[in-house]
Design a protein around this ligand. Structure first.
Ligand code: PLP
Length: 391
């Protein structure tokens, strides 16, 4: 791994910025909704299409798995690919042997994808308890206040999509695991910005279309190997069982009940069938690109830029920050409200100035990535200052 560009050094990051055509005429601060693809993915897709045209055997899935395993610091066999984060959460929720009376703790204000699959377990007698964030934060105490001796799993997002607060998933896992409680983390607002600490996490899922800057329709799931072996996959396909596709008698044995359904090892039991191989080529190339920049440098860069924004915004009269200032409690988001302004109206007015943010839960969310620079922050802060005073 090379890299190590200084977090403040806009000039050194300029070649990275140039790879993102959208930035030529837009101050893009919305990769927490949809990340812009870098220009080099055109060549990646062209090659993927050529490979299909000539039916050239490729290794995209193996390459993406190896890159992802290296990035996450886990074994490749613990990873499976899905369509999106929501599907991966559903797979986890549906694969545990729930007993009536088991409890799950969620964040009452989480993105619906990380609440609804758990709520549906009520049909199976599972009790869902909800922790409430406090002033934008979801501290361990607020989560642990909902944990009882019946809790089997806690589901949180690594970074809260509407406040930018970063949950200390390592510390949370360290409290939960001695009690035998599983930890499931929706990582979509952290993947592509940092190396998530997974040693205390049982399930970690996300998708490639936000901060990983990749295609839609490509989700991923890490399952801790010791846990994977205890799960009965919610869905089954030819790739999840030890069936030899060449052996017609093998399927007949299963159908006739002469052989049991045997799931493959670890997370391989979650593989179903064909995956988005063209998208995996893109993901593999993106991970190589991120790795060349260095994950520490990437994290420092996004913390620096979002910190600069928070610092500038808090000096604007009428602005109230939602995201905590402390680096350990945030990552790339700068979320704020402006007195007297509806967040949607403010986002529309910013968009009219080619500054793209999002309105979430009554606040404005600006999302930074390595391709942004101090001039983007200045444009945002200046526009908010002018709009706040009615210019
Ligand atoms: C925290 C969180 N989880 C899940 C999602 C949905 O992701 P997907 O479309 O991959 O299911 C989003 C945003 O779209 C999100 O912010």
């Amino acid at each position: 791994m090379s890299g190590g560009i200084g977090a403040h050094d806009d000039q050194a990051w300029a070649p990275v910025r140039q790879r993102f055509p959208v930035l030529r005429d837009t101050t893009y601060l919305n990769c927490a909704a949809l990340g812009p693809m870098p220009d080099f993915l055109l060549a990646t897709y062209q090659q993927a299409v050529l490979d299909r045209q000539y039916l050239t055997p490729g290794d995209a899935a193996a390459r993406a798995r190896a890159e992802l395993a290296q990035y996450l610091g886990v074994e490749g066999a613990s990873l499976s690919f899905w369509t999106n984060t929501t599907q991966a959460i559903n797979v986890v929720a549906g694969s545990i042997d729930w007993r009536a009376g088991d409890e799950v703790v969620v964040n009452a204000r989480d993105f619906p994808s990380n609440v609804l699959p758990w709520l549906r377990l009520r049909d199976r007698g599972v009790v869902v308890r909800a922790a409430e964030p406090e002033g934008g934060r979801l501290p361990l105490d607020a989560i642990m206040a909902q944990v009882t001796n019946k809790t089997r799993l806690v589901a949180v997002s690594h970074v809260l999509y509407h406040t930018g607060y970063r949950v200390d998933v390592d510390a949370l896992g360290q409290v939960l695991h001695p009690r035998g409680i599983l930890l499931s983390v929706d990582g979509i607002q952290a993947l592509g910005l940092m190396r998530p600490p997974l040693s205390q996490v049982d399930f970690y899922m996300g998708a490639s279309f936000k901060h990983l800057l990749g295609p839609r329709g490509l989700g991923l799931l890490y399952v801790r190997p010791e846990v994977a072996e205890r799960l009965i996959p919610a869905m089954v396909g030819y790739a999840s069982v030890t069936l030899d596709m060449e052996d017609a008698a093998g399927l007949a044995d299963l159908v006739q009940g002469r052989a049991p359904l045997a799931y493959r090892d670890q997370a391989s039991r979650f593989h179903l069938a064909h995956v988005n191989t063209e998208g995996l080529s893109a993901l593999a190339d993106l991970l190589t690109f991120f790795d060349s920049l260095g994950w520490d440098a990437i994290t420092a860069r996004v913390l620096h830029l979002s910190g600069l924004a928070l610092d500038g915004l808090r000096q604007v009269p009428g602005v109230r920050l939602v995201t905590p200032l402390n680096d350990a409690e945030r990552l790339s988001l700068a979320v704020f409200r402006v007195d007297g302004w509806d967040a949607r109206a403010l986002v529309d007015r910013l968009a009219a100035r080619q500054i793209v943010c999002a309105a979430r839960a009554g606040a404005v969310r600006a999302a930074f990535h390595v391709y942004n620079e101090a001039s983007d922050v200045e444009r945002l802060v200046t526009a908010v200052r002018e709009l706040a005073r009615g210019d």
